[in-house]
Design a protein around this ligand. Sequence first.
Ligand code: CP3
Length: 343
Amino acid sequence: MTRKTILRALAGEALPTPPIWMMRQAGRYLPEYRATRERAGSFLDLCYNPDLAAEVTLQPIRRFGFDAAILFADILLVPQALGLDLAFETGEGPRLSTITTEADLARLRPVDAIHDTLSPVYETVRILAGALPKETTLIGFAGAPWTVATYMIAGRGTPDQGPAHALKAANRPLFEAILDRLTEATILYLSKQVEAGAEVVKLFDSWAGSLQGEDFAAYALAPAARITRALKERHPGLPVIAFPRGAGPRYEGAHAATGADCIALDDGVTPEWAAEHVQPAGCVQGNLASPHLVTGGAALIEETRRVVRAFANGPHIFNLGHGITPDASIDNVHRMIDTVREG
Ligand code: CP3
């Protein structure tokens, strides 16, 4: 039996060497990514070009032999498919037309119309399913409703998600209707990725940590649970990874509250704490702090070993606590991988 290591970890197996991949593993720290990106034109042109999107997905697999490939796309393609304007200004991050009124919500396209825009993404998945080495797992993804809504409401990235919190306070029914719409669209989007060949799906809730009190359960955990349940109904046995980033102590109980097979951890919790409080409930993914890939040295090796050691007695997928940054060094990525695989 040569079942893929990522799928074994997701099924609850503690492996002698944890499988490894990196958030944002296709990205600007790689010269081959920068070259393909140049060829494609804009970042969005790259996302919607199935051959080139598949190419950049494969680049880190060829270079590093990661155990998983993550579809190259972006969480903001869904709001675009729902009818918002989207652009990525160089060095400025995303800009979207905003949704702040009932009239804006009424103007969105019906959820089942998203496939008109997103079909190139499904084509990328199909290409990858046929092109990946047989031991490599293909991960599809989407943004979680809260995180995607923060960009739709503000029209851009925000340090504290202030505009989304303000709309939630001023007009909770509208805020909840936006999240509902995104929840439905996300189910349809991820389901198509699975039909095209994604073997695992991951839900990125990058701003979950700014939800306070009961809002965390209502707007981070509950939508993740709805999406997970609907996907598992449609695709029995599909493994789901949830990433409520910044959850802190609220990572405890997140497996049960979301129904996800794996909870991805950021580096705001120590691996020792998470091994005791989160991993008993299922697979965990994480959580080396990504700045170590910039600074390297003895700390990179020590902290990599520390993460491996802390999670060694249960199911674990090695990863970073957040995406690799453009200033990271390729040599440091090699050192991290060698350290994980040497044991
Ligand atoms: O991980 C991967 O390699 C797969 C592809 C992927 C991208 N974005 C490509 C990308 C994934 C999984 C994402 C998720 C994503 N996108 C998130 C959630 C994860 C997280 O980082 O918290 C968020 C919040 C976004 C939205 C987004 N996309 C922002 C705010 C930005 C601009 C900031 C930046 O890093 O430039 C992006 C751009 C983006 N998405 C890039 C890549 C490779 C850089 C674009 C470029 O090539 O210029």
